[in-house]
Design a protein around this ligand. Structure first.
Ligand code: 13P
Length: 341
């Protein structure tokens, strides 16, 4: 894929009113999600769940791309249609999570670095052959006593930039995801500082590694109060601080910023996105969504692993995707939560 084609793909992923469904849970993470509905995680239950999500009627009205896990990219519907064909027929772009997870950073207790660069060139070539057109790599940054450290920011930014360079070499649009975690009792100010430092470091490394920003999407975490902080910032404050932080650190050449939900409730993630898009503050990139939990949770709960609940679960996913599409346009209202899913 040429640079122009990659840029067109990146822009299509953040087209007006559209967002990305992240359904790239690794084996340990999907097990955790299934544990919550008392369902065993097997290759077949994972396949059935992902089929439910991907075959949701009219999902393409609001979803431009989906991020898959290695296993999922290779799976098919019960009647034998490859998931990639289902997506192609809907005009939804297939993406793939390519990192190998966050591992403890040596010498830095409480901090992590994401692994997965070894053999990545070969894996990317295979993923492209299988139909993927974009990729995702997630770094995690923890806020705590004396952290994030400079070493942690550096190691993660470097890995993200190396990954992004390899993606573009392979003709895949890289989604660069440095997630500042919500865990901790810190106030929103500390989250702002850590997010700004993280983003500045990431874009510095992208520049050093020769990554083309026009062909890159940023997946960002919102600027929030720590989960255990006694003072929780309100919706408007989160929206203002997040946009202020992004304006400081994200170059205008980036075609779009999509948010992760990071442990916020589905409703809250939508309200925050809406407030940002409703605000009268100029920013050069569209602000969209690439949620996993905030899109999937209501559907997963409605499903409970039973075929009989499939239509209700698909309606729940459709409903969440629709509300987030409205939030992208600043047209969401809490009242819409009451509408039957
Ligand atoms: P959440 O929206 O559940 O945070 O997940 C997004 C994601 O892709 C994490 O890497």
């Amino acid at each position: 894929m040429s640079a122009q084609q990659m840029e067109d793909s990146a822009r299509a992923l953040v087209a007006p009113g559209k967002g990305i469904l992240a359904m790239d849970e690794s084996l340990p993470t999907i097990k955790k999600r299934f544990d919550a509905i008392s369902l065993e995680s097997t290759e077949e239950t994972r396949r059935a769940y992902r089929e439910l999500l991907l075959t949701t009627p009219e999902l393409e009205e609001f979803i431009s791309g989906v991020i898959l896990f290695d296993e999922t990219l290779r799976q098919s519907t019960r009647d034998g249609t490859p998931f990639t064909s289902v997506l192609r027929d809907k005009g939804i772009t297939a993406g793939i999570k390519v990192d190998a997870g966050a591992k403890p950073l040596a010498g830095h207790p409480g901090e992590k670095v994401t692994e997965g660069l070894d053999g990545l060139r070969e894996r990317l070539a295979e993923y492209r052959d299988l139909g993927a057109r974009f990729a995702k790599w997630r770094a995690v940054i923890t806020i705590g006593d004396g952290i994030p450290s400079d070493a942690c920011l550096e190691a993660n930014a470097h890995a993200l930039a190396r990954y992004a360079g390899l993606c573009q070499e392979a003709g895949l649009v890289p989604i660069v995801e440095p997630e500042v975690l919500i865990d901790g009792d810190h106030g929103i100010e500390r989250c702002f500082e850590a997010t700004e430092a993280t983003l500045r470091r990431v874009f510095d490394e992208l520049y050093r590694q020769g990554v083309t920003l026009e062909c890159t999407l940023l997946k960002a975490s919102m600027v929030l109060s720590g989960k255990a902080c006694p003072r929780q910032a309100g919706v408007q404050e989160v929206a203002e601080q997040t946009v202020r932080c992004l304006r400081r650190a994200v170059p205008g050449a980036v075609p779009g910023v999509v948010f992760l939900s990071g442990g916020q409730s589905a409703e809250r993630a939508t309200a925050h996105l809406n407030a940002m898009n409703a605000m009268d503050v100029a920013h050069p990139w569209p602000l969209g969504f690439s949620y996993a939990r905030a899109l999937q949770e209501p559907a997963l709960k409605a499903w409970e692993g039973s075929d009989a609940n499939l239509p209700g679960a698909q309606r729940a996913l459709y409903h969440r995707a629709k509300l987030n599409s409205l939030a992208r346009q600043g047209r969401y209202d809490e009242e819409m939560e009451k509408a039957a899913a």
